[in-house]
Design a protein around this ligand. Structure first.
Ligand SMILES: C[S@@+](CC[C@H](N)C(=O)[O-])C[C@H]1O[C@@H](n2cnc3c(N)ncnc32)[C@H](O)[C@@H]1O
Length: 241
């Protein structure tokens, strides 16, 4: 089965940060940050860091993100955005290049769906290994039924509420070209999902992903991203658990 390669993500990242204008995406990042419950100085691994949109908020909260991603251009953008932090190119389908118990927390936003189901066990086990005992993990992924058009419509509805018709129209015009490209890249992602190389995650898929690796206190999945995604929180057991 043909997998979208890092070259696909490198191309997507030319326009990817337009997503920061999209209200459901902004709210999704805020949901992840809230659930991470960050304390100053905490170390956080952001797997599939992309262009650093979660990591930049982790750093703004006074914690210290470390990002890993298969896309060299994503990593370059992260290094430009947050030069004081550590971002490295790496493949999540291989062991993580960090020693056991390196991080207080872990986060992954819209990444695991891009890992073939047969390879996900390693990813979960590696996240478990690099988290310290008692450490928290927060993951979110788009779920079955995902449609970029539905997210965009949710954005327009929310923008109309916040900015009125003229404000909304002005913003849509300003971002029309990158938005069309984003739709195109999402079409390619959907096609990959239909062919079976990508697969979206339900509440139960995320639960099983975390459970088989040994995580405990797994939250019921919370619907996020204009109801198109699911967010789950869990914990690595303490030595006493
Ligand atoms: C939809 S983007 C999400 C980016 C970022 N987490 C965010 O919140 O915007 C999916 C990311 O997963 C990364 N990715 C996909 N397969 C990967 C793999 N095998 N190893 C590492 N990163 C991978 C892509 O390069 C891309 O940055």
């Amino acid at each position: 089965m043909k997998q979208l390669t890092s070259t696909f993500w490198d191309k997507y990242f030319v326009v990817y940060d337009t997503l920061n204008q999209l209200l459901p995406y902004k709210y999704l990042i805020s949901d992840l940050i809230t659930e991470l419950d960050l304390k100053k100085g905490e170390s956080v691994i952001d797997v599939g860091v992309g262009t650093g949109n979660v990591s930049i908020r982790i750093a703004a909260a006074g914690a210290v993100p470390t990002g890993i991603d298969i896309s060299p251009s994503g990593i370059k953008i992260c290094q430009e955005k947050i030069p004081q932090c550590n971002f490295i190119v790496g493949n999540l389908m291989e062991p993580l290049p960090f020693v056991d118990c390196s991080f207080d927390k872990a986060v992954s936003n819209n990444v695991i769906y891009a890992i073939p189901p047969s390879e996900r066990k390693l990813v979960a086990n590696e996240l478990f290994r690099v988290l310290r005992p008692g450490g928290r993990i927060v993951i979110a992924n788009i779920s079955p039924g995902f449609s970029p058009a539905r997210i965009y419509l949710a954005h327009i509805r929310e923008e109309l509420r916040l900015s009125g018709i003229l404000g909304t129209f002005g913003k849509i015009l300003k971002f029309i070209s990158p938005t069309i490209k984003i739709f195109y890249y999402n079409f390619l992602i959907q096609r990959s999902a239909l062919k079976g190389s990508y697969s979206y995650l339900s509440e139960d898929d995320q639960y099983q992903f975390l459970k088989q690796a040994g995580f405990i206190n797994i939250s019921p999945g919370k619907r996020v991203y204009a109801n198109a995604g699911v967010l789950t929180v869990a914990q690595k057991p303490n030595e006493s658990n």
